[in-house]
Design a protein around this ligand. Structure first.
Ligand code: ADP
Ligand code: DP6
Ligand code: CO
Length: 354
């Protein structure tokens, strides 16, 4: 009789929000970016993906259930993750014949995001980081977070940065096979422990233009984008790493806001144009400018990914000022009003989860 034992492992993975943005692929097949990027990993207490991976001869083929619904796994990105993880497990099994042959069994993945999916709050980042880590745990792989980031990158680029906590860089690399395009840790969260993030949800609906297709349209049609990847991003990578190293919030904030602006300018310069931000998003930008003007220094920084929802970075000592101002703002601007209840309070950054 066949062994129908079910092997299972669960894990959670955090969201990361980029402060130097990834937008553009030089190789869509291997998911290699046109530029390096930097992000801050948020606390799993607030936004996280929970994923369980199991395998058994009794399962009827590979499957993925996302937020309670069957999800398509035939895409090349999910397939690449499955293939690479299975190959690593197969190598362990080849070296030790006492190990159960899990690499050939059907995989069942069940995943849940506790925040809006496909709404510009990095669900693909937490989602694919959790998928890769859950299967790596199931297979008892010994690969480092940096090695696993090479696999997560192929699921979704931003996912490679969610294998680490704290301040994380995705180095674009220059090899054609992508083996040097992976995440590495700039600093543990404990290096700058008073960093906070406020998540503002104005619209939890799925975006019209997914990140994957949006960035490919930008690469193909935007002239501004060429200047971004050749000049703007390389300079901002240096400034951002310096700001993090020196814990210089005004510099961190200015680069973060300029990067968000630059990315959305390239989206608007795409032909036909892509608009991820809406009127409510722009009103929140004005609110941050007002908060900083009133403080007489930069104490808050906004950033938007590919969606209208907002992330505000600030320091713990300015929490009352920044969060207080946003509570007043949320009750006064119509776009945010309907979903003010969904605004999360300050999000603590975790210790390195690697
Ligand atoms: P976001 O801004 O939320 O990252 P994207 O357009 O980049 O939006 O990606 C959204 C897609 O990522 C979803 O449609 C789904 O295919 C995938 N995704 C999101 N969450 C998960 C998850 N937990 N597990 C696997 N895939 C996920
Ligand atoms: C604006 O990582 O979602 O959030 O690699 O095609 O899955 P794919 O794209 P994805 O793009 C993220 C774009 C961004 C900026 C960022 O996270 O760096
Ligand atoms: Co994404």
């Amino acid at each position: 009789m066949a062994d129908n034992k079910v092997y299972r492992a669960s894990t959670t993975a955090p969201v990361n929000i980029a402060v130097v943005k990834y937008w553009g692929k030089r190789d869509p097949k291997l998911n290699l970016p046109t530029n390096s990027s930097i992000s801050v990993t948020l606390s799993q207490a607030d936004l996280r993906t929970l994923t369980t991976a199991s395998c058994s001869a009794s399962f009827d083929g590979d499957s993925l259930t996302l937020n309670g619904q069957a999800s398509d796994i035939s895409g090349a990105r999910t397939q690449a993750c499955f293939r690479e993880l299975r190959a690593r497990r197969a190598a362990l099994e080849a070296a030790d014949s006492s190990l159960p042959k899990l690499s050939t069994l059907p995989l069942k993945i069940v995943s849940e995001n506790n925040f809006p999916t496909a709404a510009g709050l990095a669900s693909s980042a937490a989602g694919f980081a959790a998928l890769v880590r859950a299967i790596a745990n199931l297979y008892e792989l010994t690969d480092s977070p940096s090695e696993l980031s090479l696999i997560a990158r192929q699921g979704s680029g931003s996912a490679c940065r969610s294998l680490f906590g704290g301040y994380v860089a995705w180095r674009m690399g220059d090899k054609a096979d992508g083996t040097d395009s992976k995440a590495d840790l700039i600093s543990e969260a404990s290096h700058w422990p008073n960093m906070r993030a406020l998540i503002l949800v104005v619209n939890a609906a799925k975006k019209d233009v997914p990140s994957t297709s949006g960035m490919q349209q930008t690469v193909a049609t935007s002239g501004l984008f060429q200047q971004r990847i050749s000049q703007v991003v390389p300079a901002n990578m240096i400034l951002m790493e310096e700001a993090i190293r020196k814990k210089d919030f005004p510099q961190f904030a200015e680069v973060t806001m300029r990067e968000s602006n630059s990315f959305h300018a390239c989206a608007a310069d795409t032909y036909p144009p892509i608009f991820y931000m809406n009127d409510a998003s722009r009103a929140a930008i004005r609110a941050v400018e007002a908060i900083n003007a009133q403080a007489g220094k930069t104490i808050a920084a906004y950033t938007y990914d590919a969606g209208p929802n907002c992330v505000i970075y600030f320091l713990e000592e300015d929490e009352a000022t920044v969060v207080g101002a946003f509570h007043r703002f949320l009750s006064g601007v119509s776009g945010w009003k309907a979903s003010a209840a969904e605004a999360k309070s300050s999000v603590e950054l975790p210790e390195n989860i690697a």
